[in-house]
Design a protein around this ligand. Structure first.
Ligand code: CMX
Ligand code: CO
Length: 149
């Protein structure tokens, strides 16, 4: 079902500061920046590698409000790893198969994710405490451009 790790989502208070830290420390390049109102986040994707069905990235997340999922996470746990996203060939098919195994889906149908992808979240309590995202990458990825720091 899983082809690769698509991204690790990291929650932070200051997106610009963490972009600077990650690109300088790990020599990663920002390939996309988006405001996703539906998910309540401002985000940046830092490219690591290309893999089967899409790339792999670090996703830096700053909440748009304290009441958003990432805002609540920061208040409870502070900055750090927020979720892990796995690349799947077909997100609707993966959702269906996983739901049949008794895991709660946080989304009834796929939503729009970074770079034109289709995504869905699984309840962390049903999969060992890790907020898990399924990603069907757009091929080719959309809105991608190298952002020079
Ligand atoms: N990882 C692991 N556990 C988490 C978690 C996370 N990121 N966020 C919340 N939890 C746990 C909490 O610790 C809490 O556990 P306890 O019941 O033991 O205290 C439980 O889940 C409920 O947490 P809560 O703070 O009361 O939050 P809510 O129930 O309101 O929401 C969740 C939790 C996961 C349903 C919600 O955050 C959600 O819908 N997330 C999916 C959407 C999302 O996170 N979008 C932002 C990312 C955007 C992107 O990737 O592009
Ligand atoms: Co994500």
């Amino acid at each position: 079902m899983f082809m690769r790790i698509d991204h690790i989502g990291i929650a932070c208070h200051d997106l610009e500061e963490k972009i600077e830290l990650f690109s300088r420390t790990f020599e990663l390049t920002v390939v996309a920046r988006e405001v996703n109102e539906e998910q309540g986040v401002k985000e940046a994707m830092l490219h690591i590698a290309d893999g089967e069905g899409g790339g792999s990235y670090i996703q830096l997340l700053e909440p748009l409000s304290e009441e958003s999922p990432v805002g609540k996470f920061l208040a409870r746990r502070g900055e750090g790893v927020h979720h892990v996203a796995f690349g799947v060939p077909d997100v609707a098919d993966a959702m269906h198969k996983i739901k049949e195994k008794g895991v709660r889906l946080l989304d009834e149908r796929p939503r729009h994710g970074s770079m034109g992808s289709e995504i869905a979240f699984l309840h962390p309590k049903d999969v060992g405490g890790m907020l898990t995202e399924l990603v069907q990458a757009a091929t080719p990825p959309q809105n991608v451009k190298k952002v020079h720091m």
